[in-house]
Design a protein around this ligand. Structure first.
Ligand code: NAD
Length: 416
């Protein structure tokens, strides 16, 4: 069988398998297979050299049965409409796994933010925000940062939205700077969530985190924070890779040093006291834990058999294809899925919305304490489902989520 490579078809395949297995009501199943709203926009942006370029943007709301649509905005040259639909569907599942009152959404603009000036990025963001104002808004659809976007970009979206409605609307996006209603702990939230889940999963496997060896693919927000916090748990980070290449040291890499090096050079490559390795070599490193925290489809049919880590903690969205999943499971690997592992970001985004609504802001300790509680509960619920239904952790997470969404659809009345 040839491997499905379309990201949305992969998610649909997984949704089909779970809905059939647990006998989900047909209308719920069909609704979950498609996206509720798909907005495509084309808009002009004046570039610094004076010429005007027309960009395409998307905002997809996959499902809003359990609450407002929630999901990040990605700026990346390769992102497609179907990727965006897949990420939106993952958000619907993720918010249900951690049981927060949201649906799922995602936005994207195919562009290369690394090749654009700040002024160009600001003009692109403001125009994209104006175009998607048709659907976003507090209580409706609340964007947040993802790959290629950051708190500054959220601030421009908040400002554009606010200028249009005539007053300041803090709750239109999350992941904002603190000065305009952001929350403490949001930048670290996804990596912190990954670390909480890694700790719990290690305990389940009888693995001691103190001294455990870890390889991390992707050294952006999720990868770098996860690496830093795993070191605090006693782990030894032996390999790190980013889009430009990787580094290896069997004795452990100085993560804080790599963060500084990355800030200065734009990559982990060339960091002192390490040997260069490729991304393929990083994924195949003999280690206890592999954290894919880069992009989707990195672990696929072609390389899954080479993975030697005992546990795979999915920091990225969709890093493992369904074919790779089967190979990893057959090889006895414990895969902890994205919809659980990286949910820390959306959980703290939810806390940000709550704080904005109340105009009352929490301490960082409070944010982290609440995050820990939500992540631990979700982990135990997924593990319990996995043991009870004798399925892997991904199927268990999907079962838990889809049951919750079905319950909400039924109680709202899906046959009006
Ligand atoms: P980021 O842009 O900060 O970092 C991405 C990292 O991946 C960079 O180091 C980049 O060099 C590296 N990378 C890109 N392509 C690569 C490749 N082909 N091989 C190896 N490395 C590559 O992005 P991020 O916010 O850290 O997000 C990473 C993943 O986590 C994405 O899948 C994203 O959707 C997911 N995620 C992010 C958050 C969040 O709060 N930022 C929340 C949930 C999920």
């Amino acid at each position: 069988m040839t491997e499905v490579t379309n990201a949305f078809e992969m998610v649909q395949q997984r949704i089909d398998a779970v809905c059939e297995r647990i006998n989900i009501c047909e209308v719920c199943h069909l609704r979950l297979k498609e996206c509720q709203r798909e907005l495509t926009v084309h808009f002009p942006v004046k570039m610094d050299d004076g010429h005007v370029k027309v960009f395409t943007g998307y905002r997809i709301e996959h499902n809003t049965t359990r609450g407002p649509a929630k999901g990040g905005i990605r700026y990346h040259p390769d992102v497609t409409l179907d990727d965006t639909k897949a990420f939106a569907a993952l958000m619907t599942l993720k918010t249900a796994v951690v049981n927060i009152p949201y649906g799922g959404a995602k936005g994207a603009v195919p562009c290369d933010p690394m090749a654009m000036s700040q002024d160009e990025l600001e003009r692109l963001t403001r125009r994209y925000a104006s175009e998607i104002m048709l659907v976003i808004g507090p209580g409706r659809d609340i964007p947040a940062p993802d790959v290629g976007t950051n708190p500054q970009i959220m601030a421009w979206i908040m400002d554009t939205y606010s200028m249009n409605v005539g007053y300041s609307v803090l709750g239109v996006v999350t992941g904002k700077p603190l000065s305009i209603g952001g929350t403490r702990g949001r930048t670290e939230a996804t990596g912190r969530g990954c670390t909480i889940i890694a700790r719990l999963a290690a305990k389940h496997l009888g693995m001691n985190l103190d001294g455990a060896t870890v390889a991390v693919q992707g050294f952006g927000n999720v990868g770098s924070v996860s690496a830093m916090l795993l070191v605090k748990e006693g782990c030894k980070i032996i390999g790190i890779a980013d889009v430009k290449g990787g580094i290896y040291n069997s004795m452990g890499i100085d993560v804080e040093g790599v963060i500084q090096h990355c800030g200065e050079t734009g990559s982990v490559v060339g960091f002192k006291n390490t040997e260069p390795i490729t991304n393929a070599e990083l994924l195949a490193l003999p280690c206890d834990i592999l954290v894919p925290a880069a992009l989707e489809d990195e672990i696929c049919a072609a390389n899954a058999a080479s993975v030697k880590a005992k546990m795979i903690v999915e920091g990225a969205n969709g890093p493992t294809t369904p074919e790779a999943d089967k190979i990893l499971n057959d090889n006895g690997k414990f895969v902890v899925p994205d919809v659980l592992v990286n949910a820390g970001g959306v959980v703290v985004s939810y806390f940000e919305s709550v704080q904005d609504l109340q105009s009352f802001f929490w301490s960082e300790d409070e944010v982290n304490r609440q995050l820990q509680m939500v992540m631990e509960n979700a982990y135990h619920e997924v593990l319990e489902m996995s043991l009870r239904e004798k399925v892997d952790m991904r199927n268990a997470a999907y079962m838990l989520a889809i049951r919750r969404i079905e319950e909400a659809m039924l109680v709202r009345g899906i046959f009006p």
